[in-house]
Design a protein around this ligand. Structure first.
Ligand SMILES: Nc1nc2c(ncn2[C@@H]2O[C@H](COP(=O)(O)OP(=O)(O)OP(=O)(O)O)[C@@H](O)[C@H]2O)c(=O)[nH]1
Length: 379
């Protein structure tokens, strides 16, 4: 495998002890750009479930780069932990990690306040344990939340599946799916939709699942997918992901199916780029950014595949997979990337303007970007 990096002057100060830099050092040139896909009052993603089901581990591994083995030493959570990740991530949500023993009958539990600002409720079930009690708790939790805010997305993580055989995983998912929906029907809540995911912190499944949860909360998702589709079809690219760099959650991808191996390859590429930048890209005094608007990396694999990463905004990166022969038209890809990047900026500028009540004129995202076609003609 040959690795070719094009990393112009990366500067910044980082603590690189086995984790992502805390001060990510985003380029000041974009500091004034509002990237939030959601309103300023920050909707929440709640992590609920029984004790020791793995809630804090999920939050630490996905958003704080904790290694899965370190989660063995996490102490039990005994009060609601509110984590605001918006300063380092595109994802402008608060993650609220609930203690497993939370009691809905407790008068101090203010369900109105807790569920009202909630976008998604993730209920974590330990698949290695007896899940009957967890299912009871799921039903009570969903009933409570649905009463307060019926449009919450209810997401069920069937977690710790690393300990299960493939057959056992499928059987467990089928059983939990069936029982959970039966319980809701018994409570006359058959119209509530639950989504199920098989997850583990020991592989990329937790990132994939979180990606899907977050995507449902991004109002601009159809526009982003559309832009990615146009970009790849005009550039000879096989697959493209728009990544939140700090969490490795993909906030959008083109409409071709997601292959887990491709996703893992792209996640690994982000790790390599940021690690190399942190180690070799900073100035001697430790100042600068590990990831800025010049960040670009190209990795050629020994199977005629090329990985291409480029900065889109201070939190987002486009990571593409393409064939070596398509990469011969590098100029075309770069030109189309430029159009794509501008379009993404417009999408979020319009979103920010809408949030602040200032509507942009006809030069908004509704105008389609002028991508060049594979034969080189403008569209
Ligand atoms: N095998 C396996 N173990 C996991 C996984 N996720 C978490 N764990 C382990 O599960 C245990 C409990 O994890 P926590 O994250 O503390 O669980 P919690 O739900 O936050 O627990 P409370 O704070 O008590 O509610 C830890 O020992 C983790 O290492 C997983 O995907 N696979």
């Amino acid at each position: 495998m040959s690795i070719q990096f094009e990393e112009p002057e990366l500067t910044g100060s980082y603590d690189i002890v086995g984790s992502f830099p805390k001060s990510f050092g985003y380029g000041l040139e974009e500091a004034d750009m509002e990237e939030s896909p959601v309103s300023a009052d920050q909707p929440r993603i709640l992590l609920m479930g029984r004790r020791r089901s793995g809630k804090s581990s999920i939050q630490k591994v996905v958003f704080h780069k904790m290694s899965p083995n370190e989660t063995l030493f996490l102490e039990s959570t005994n009060k609601i932990c509110k984590d605001d990740i918006s300063s380092s991530s595109f994802i402008n949500f608060q993650i609220w990690d609930f203690p497993g023993q939370v009691d809905f009958c407790d008068p101090t539990f203010d369900s109105e306040m807790i569920f009202n600002g909630t976008g998604a409720l993730i209920f974590v079930i330990d698949a290695q344990d007896d899940y009957m009690e967890a299912l009871e708790k799921l039903q009570v939790t969903v009933s409570r939340a649905y009463k307060v805010k019926p449009d919450i997305n209810f997401e069920v993580f069937i977690h710790k599946v690393d300990g299960l055989s493939d057959d056992h995983k499928i059987e467990t998912q089928r059983d939990i799916h069936q029982r959970a929906n039966d319980d809701l029907a018994d409570a006359s809540l058959e119209k509530v939709h639950l989504s199920f995911y098989l997850t583990s912190i020991y592989d990329h499944s937790i990132f994939e699942a979180f990606s899907k949860v977050v995507q449902k909360l991004i109002p601009q998702l159809p526009t982003l997918e559309n832009l990615l589709n146009i970009f790849i079809s005009h550039s000879g690219i096989e697959k493209a992901f728009l990544f939140d760099v700090v969490s490795k959650i993909y906030i959008a991808t083109d409409s071709s199916p997601v292959d887990m191996q491709c996703y893992e390859l792209c996640c690994d590429m982000i790790d390599v780029v940021i690690d190399v930048s942190c180690i070799y890209g900073l100035l001697d005094d430790g100042s600068g950014c590990a990831y800025d608007k010049e960040s670009l990396a190209i990795i050629k694999l020994n199977n005629t595949t090329v990985l291409y990463l480029k900065q889109v905004t201070k939190f987002l990166a486009l990571v593409c997979i393409l064939r070596e022969e398509s990469f011969e038209r590098k100029g075309l890809i770069e030109y189309n990337f430029h159009c794509f990047r501008n379009a993404i900026h417009e999408v979020f500028e319009v979103a920010a303007a809408n949030q602040s009540g200032v509507l942009k004129g006809s030069d908004s995202s509704s105008g389609s970007p002028k991508f060049a076609a594979l034969n080189g003609n403008g569209l």
